[in-house]
Write a protein that binds this ligand. Structure first.
Ligand code: ZN
Length: 970
């Protein structure tokens, strides 16, 4: 271990230790003057991470921690521009940049692989949290403010205000909130740190400033640097900020009182006025676990995996098979509380089934304690969690930030700082406990069955609630309006005028110059080379991406599905799940899923459709299984795969019905909070053939298909099961199969050995593709959601207009997002988000807003795009900034398996390494003059783009002339 200075820049070294699990050295320094801790996780990962967090316990539900999290990013002493955060997103090579409000803390994480960029980002964040400008106009824009509309009525708006209206439109968010308020009454967790829309307008600007003053002190903070960072330089940077502060106080760990008796609480949530309330109740049981040591935390995670981790896990299975609801809410452990909770329940149920559901939970747990848990389930859960810990694969999220946030998670509850990273010893203790016997049975008995500190929440649909809430808001605002004196009215108008003046005044060049810029040379000219080799061209095709995956084989098994006739095609949307979760001729599904847990790191399946570059009619639909396993377990993984492919119980009517019901329930929950995603799929389907395929597989069409399917399973089950069998025969054929391996030579060899057996088990010859014609999605659709926000989409296919793609479009797209839409839709319109999405493969351009209070105003913003593009006037250095921001997004680091996946995808759609390099060369040699290439296409987009909006009935009806149809989703 190299020596680190015992004291430096006003810091004293408090501890040094190695973290074997992540090959890191952990240092803890303390700032002598303020007591501020600064932690380091030193390792050789060049994707460096930095997080600074503050304990921010809320004392009400005005959302002050959340509004502050937004507002500190709106200009600081050293960076006096309106939004340094967006300026830096525009112009940095960051690999992650965001800010998070938790229920008890606020964290500001950033990561970058470029040294200079990393230092810039750290400084911008330190300046933001320790020296923010916190102008009143920022508070109004980000938090809330009153304004007077055309009818002289008072309205409330603000970014967080609208964000939270959107967030609370989801019943599952309301349920999570209710668990906190009922399980932790009287504690800070009973409040909403994000802010409840009805409480946000209670927050005053002075209270907002006071909250910052109280909690954003070095003494109440922890900073973590992780990766191959320079300790001395980092401490010097910290010292510069910390010396300005006197010692403050560290907020105490939030206290939670133990509850002596279980609580039952029934609450309403709003659904559409005409919506059917049947099967829309949620019932959730949550237990408070008490404080957890690292071993206990890990034990609860594994217990969650045992009870709820797969469709075959005993508690989840018992609840589904009870028929008391449509899908489980298997949330398991929530560790972001000083005394965590563990929860499970059902959605798609009725209020009067609450007692039966509770009884089913109690009986199932009691039986597990009495009879003992099946050892296969325990082994599977232990292996699954161990695989996840060792793989440390967060799907591209920087591992250093992941670990940094874990350190914050320990600090927030006064636990030993690095204890959450050291899993080997606790894992061994748990394994020893399991060997000794009844480890998890005892945990269930003591901490679930005999635990009286628990709540059951019944969240029931209410068709009148939305109207009542709207009337209450209208009445409150009318009363406030009536109480306003003439001076008061003038004051509201002045404040709004001042906000608009600030929003419309561009930052001065001097202020903008404060934002550090990287030279164009910071971007490497060579595109990453993704290895891809075809190994075998027939039978099952086989290809390989050689990567160091540390002993794990990542395998994709893709079946061409173009032989499935159109009426049967939507089955593919759910087909992989049916194959995986119905069990096989040899095993029932619990046993099968446990075997997968024992021998693999996961095996899942999905369908999708891709097209060839710039030809959206050359579509290749497919069904893909994705699996991973240690090299020596590849034979077992393939053996299980073959078993699934050849003998999945697609004839088990009851099980098929359960799966269909659960997918319907999950889709219903997904549509309301992500209308933008569904709108985007609809727009793609209007304009491209490939979009029609995707919509049928995973869009609204799939949702409608499943609802029909559920009915047909009751009226003509044999016909449905027969069709499933047909789909199986049309898809699962060896000549339609392509296997892709990412890993080392040993992984490839292990897979190769298995292919002959796979081919022997499946029918051979490939079947001809069939013709499809998709007509479901139309131009100008309005879809009603039970929500008070909109998702406003507009789309057009630019290749169909004859646009010749040039890679400078990605720079323009970045500028449109970060400059034009950000200002027009977020800053001025107070929508939570808005972006343009251009698919360079299909040529489809969609603009989509997110949690948007407006509809027509956002469409007007889209209409203004041509003028914006026409008027873009960037100096060479300004263009470079945007270019670098664009490249930062394109160059985000990928895990080895993500590289393999991307290489496979490029092969399927016909994108070569040469083309990737050519496009990169194009971007890197582009100038602002290249934007002229796109002006006509953008003008066409504004004129001829079709719209699709998901939103409130009121907003859609008000704009009904814009729509060809308006219909409810649910
Ligand atoms: Zn937010």
């Amino acid at each position: 271990m190299p020596d680190h200075p015992a004291s430096l820049h006003g810091f004293t070294l408090r501890s040094t230790q190695t973290i074997a699990e992540s090959d890191s050295i952990a240092l803890l320094y303390e700032h002598t003057l303020t007591g501020a801790p600064v932690a380091f996780l030193l390792n050789d990962d060049d994707n460096k991470g930095f997080v600074i967090a503050f304990r921010t316990p809320p004392s009400d539900s005005t959302g002050v921690p959340h509004i502050l999290e937004h507002s500190v990013l709106n200009g600081s002493a050293r960076y006096p521009v309106k939004e340094p955060f967006t300026e830096i997103i525009r112009s940095s090579l960051n690999t992650f940049l965001n800010a998070f409000t938790y229920s008890d803390r606020t964290a500001y994480p950033v990561a970058s692989r470029n040294d200079q960029d990393f230092r810039n980002l750290v400084r911008i964040y330190l300046d933001a949290v320790f020296a923010p400008l916190l102008a009143e106009t920022s508070f109004m824009q980000e938090g809330w403010h009153h304004k007077l509309n055309d009818q002289d009525q008072l309205e409330v708006t603000g970014i967080v205000y609208n964000e939270m209206i959107g967030a609370y439109s989801s019943p599952e968010n309301q349920l999570a909130d209710a668990i906190y308020s009922q399980l932790y009454p009287g504690s800070i967790y009973a409040h909403s740190s994000g802010g409840k829309p009805e409480n946000i307008p209670d927050l005053s600007f002075d209270e907002f400033l006071a909250f910052h003053e109280q909690f954003y002190s070095p003494t109440n903070s922890l900073a973590v640097f992780a990766g191959n960072v320079d300790v001395a330089e980092s401490l010097a940077e910290m010292a510069e900020y910390l010396v300005r502060f006197a010692p403050g106080t560290l907020a105490p760990v939030p206290a939670i009182e133990a509850q002596a008796a279980p609580v039952v609480c029934t609450l309403p949530y709003s659904i559409g006025a005409d919506e059917d309330a049947a099967h829309k109740t949620f019932v959730q049981r949550a237990w408070c676990t008490g404080e957890l040591t690292p071993e206990q935390g890990l034990a609860w995670t594994i217990l969650g995996q045992i009870l709820l981790g797969s469709a075959g896990a005993p508690l989840r299975r018992a609840l589904i098979e009870s028929g008391l609801g449509q899908e489980t809410m298997h949330w398991g452990l929530d560790g972001d509380v000083s005394k965590p909770n563990f929860s499970v329940g059902l959605k798609g149920t009725e209020p009067d089934k609450r007692e039966a559901i509770e009884l089913k939970i109690d009986e199932t747990l009691a039986a597990l304690v009495d009879d003992g848990i099946d050892t296969c389930q325990v082994t599977a859960a232990l292996n699954t969690i161990e695989f996840q810990l060792r793989e440390a694969n967060y799907g591209g999220f920087p591992p250093n930030l992941h670990d940094g946030l874990r350190v914050i998670g320990a600090w927030i509850y006064d636990a030993p700082l690095f204890s959450m990273l050291e899993y080997e010893a606790p894992l061994q203790e748990i394994r020893d406990g399991v060997t000794a016997g009844r480890y998890f049975e005892t945990l269930i008995e003591q901490s679930l069955i005999n635990n009286q500190h628990r709540v059951t929440i019944v969240l029931a649909p209410d068709t009148k609630l939305a109207q009542q809430q709207q009337e209450a808001l209208t009445a409150r605002l009318a009363a406030q309006r009536a109480a306003l004196s003439d001076d008061g009215v003038a004051r509201v108008r002045e404040r709004v005028a001042e906000l608009e003046r600030v929003q419309q005044t561009p930052d001065t060049p001097e202020a903008l110059a404060s934002i550090p810029a990287l030279p164009r040379s910071a971007v490497k000219p060579q595109a990453d080379v993704l290895p891809f080799a075809m190994i075998a061209d027939d039978g099952p095709r086989l290809s390989f991406s050689e990567r160091n995956t540390r002993g794990i084989a990542y395998v994709k098994l893709r079946f061409d599905a173009a032989a499935v006739p159109q009426p049967l095609f939507p089955y593919l949307g759910i087909f992989a799940k049916l194959l995986r979760e119905t069990g096989t001729a040899k095993r029932d599904y619990s046993e099968l899923l446990a075997e997968l847990g024992i021998h693999t790191g996961g095996l899942s399946g999905a369908s999708g459709a891709s097209c060839k570059l710039a030809d959206t009619t050359a579509v290749n639909p497919g069904l893909t299984f994705v699996g991973k396993a240690l090299t020596h377990s590849v034979p077992q993984m393939f053996s299980l795969l073959r078993e699934i492919l050849t003998s999945a119980r697609l004839d088990d009517l009851e099980r098929v019905r359960e799966i269909v019901r659960s997918v319907i329930a999950n889709t219903r929950s997904a549509v309301v909070p992500s209308g933008n995603r569904y709108a985007s799929m609809r727009l793609n389907a209007v304009h491209t053939t490939v979009g029609g395929y995707s919509e049928a597989l995973s869009g609204l069409e799939q949702f409608f298909f499943l609802q029909q399917l559920e009915k047909r399973l009751a009226t003509e089950p044999d016909a449905v099961l027969g069709e499933l069998q047909q789909v199986r025969e049309l898809v699962l054929r060896s000549s339609q199969c392509h296997v892709h391996v990412t890993g080392g030579a040993a992984d490839l060899a292990a897979v190769q050995t298995e292919l002959a057996a796979l081919a022997a088990d499946l029918p051979g010859e490939a079947l001809p593709a069939t013709e499809y014609s998709w007509t479901a999605a139309q131009a100008g659709e309005g879809w009603i959601l039970p929500a008070n926000v909109q998702y406003v989409g507009q789309g057009l296919n630019l290749y169909s207009l004859g646009l010749n793609y040039h890679a400078a479009f990605s720079v323009l797209s970045h500028l449109i997002d970060q400059e034009y839409l950000w200002n027009a839709v977020r800053v001025k319109g107070n929508a939570y988000g808005c972006s343009s999405q251009f698919d360079a493969i299909t040529g489809q351009l969609n603009c989509l807003s997110y949690r948007d209070p407006h509809l027509e105003q956002t469409l007007e913003a889209y209409a203004g795009l041509p003028d914006f593009v026409q008027a873009v006037d960037l100096s060479a250095s300004e263009y470079d900034r945007v270019l670098i921001g664009t490249m930062g997004g394109l160059d985000s680091p990928r895990t080895p398996d993500q590289e393999g996946s991307l290489a496979f995808r490029r092969h399927l759609i016909g994108v070569t390494q040469e083309l990737v390099q050519q496009r990169r060369d194009e971007v890197l040699s582009s100038t602002v003059a290249d934007f002229a290439r796109f002006q006509d296409a953008i003008a066409e987009f504004a004129n001829r783009g079709t719209i699709c909006v998901f939103g409130s009935q009121e907003a859609l009806e008000r704009n009904k002339t814009r729509f060809s149809r308006i219909a409810p989703v649910l």
